[in-house]
Ligand binder design. Structure first.
Ligand SMILES: [Fe+2]
Length: 230
């Protein structure tokens, strides 16, 4: 017998070490942002506090976060290398960058970032037991019987004898503090609900890849220098 498991989704995980003093400073700056939230009615204490919805969506312009974003760029290049994408022909732009704070059972529902190409979560502060990040496969190529993978009754009857990568529509990843997780922005993701967080703080950003040279090139976004505002 031969089995082909084809069409992977590649999630990248690595570490960005930040010195303890620097880490404390960034945590304190992020907590100050929360104190200065500009849209508190949007923060409902069920969902996590997300800086991009509170007026703090440009961490990449904040001088205190420049070093961090430089380290991120190295990881993005590694991720592109894993996918055999020639980064030398692309410019890498951070279009939006923000922090998220999760306290108690606050969590983030399933969503994707359709306006960008690559997204990441970096765990600036995370205790063991804080919520994991979930990724979802909405295509479910192996779900022969639609609904089978998430059917509570089929689950109770153990129609699936064992849950593994062949029959899963969602996977949890449990990064440690200092880890960065990089993924295609279009991949649906969430954080685990019903888990008590001990003030979990992460930084995310949306990244767009732009062609350095658009000559004879379809599908990629041409260099911004070629654009004309009308
Ligand atoms: Fe997200």
């Amino acid at each position: 017998m031969k089995v082909y498991n084809i069409f992977p989704l590649t999630i990248y995980q690595s570490k960005i070490e930040i010195e303890e003093n620097e880490k404390k400073k960034l945590i304190s700056l992020i907590k100050d942002m929360k104190v200065n939230s500009k849209n508190l009615e949007y923060y409902n204490k069920v969902g996590s506090w997300t800086g991009d919805t509170q007026g703090f969506e440009n961490l990449h312009h904040n001088p205190d976060f420049i070093n961090f974003h430089k380290e991120v760029k190295k990881k993005i290049i590694e991720y592109l290398n894993v996918l055999n994408i020639d980064q030398n022909q692309l410019d890498i732009y951070v279009q939006r960058s923000w922090a998220t704070i999760s306290e108690g059972k606050e969590h983030i529902d399933k969503h994707s970032h359709l306006q960008s190409h690559i997204s990441f979560a970096y765990y600036l502060k995370k205790s063991k037991g804080d919520s994991k990040i979930n990724f979802y496969d909405d295509k479910r190529h192996n779900e022969l019987i639609p609904g089978l993978f998430e059917s509570p009754t089929a689950n109770k009857r153990k129609i699936l004898k064992k849950i593994d990568l062949h029959n899963s529509s969602s996977i949890s990843i449990d990064p440690d503090e200092g880890d960065i997780v990089i993924f295609p922005s279009k991949t649906p993701h969430s954080t685990q609900p019903n888990v008590t967080n001990n003030e979990r703080i992460s930084i995310s950003a949306d990244i767009t890849l732009i062609a350095r040279d658009s000559e004879l090139l379809e599908h990629l976004t041409p260099p911004i220098s070629n654009w004309q505002k009308i």
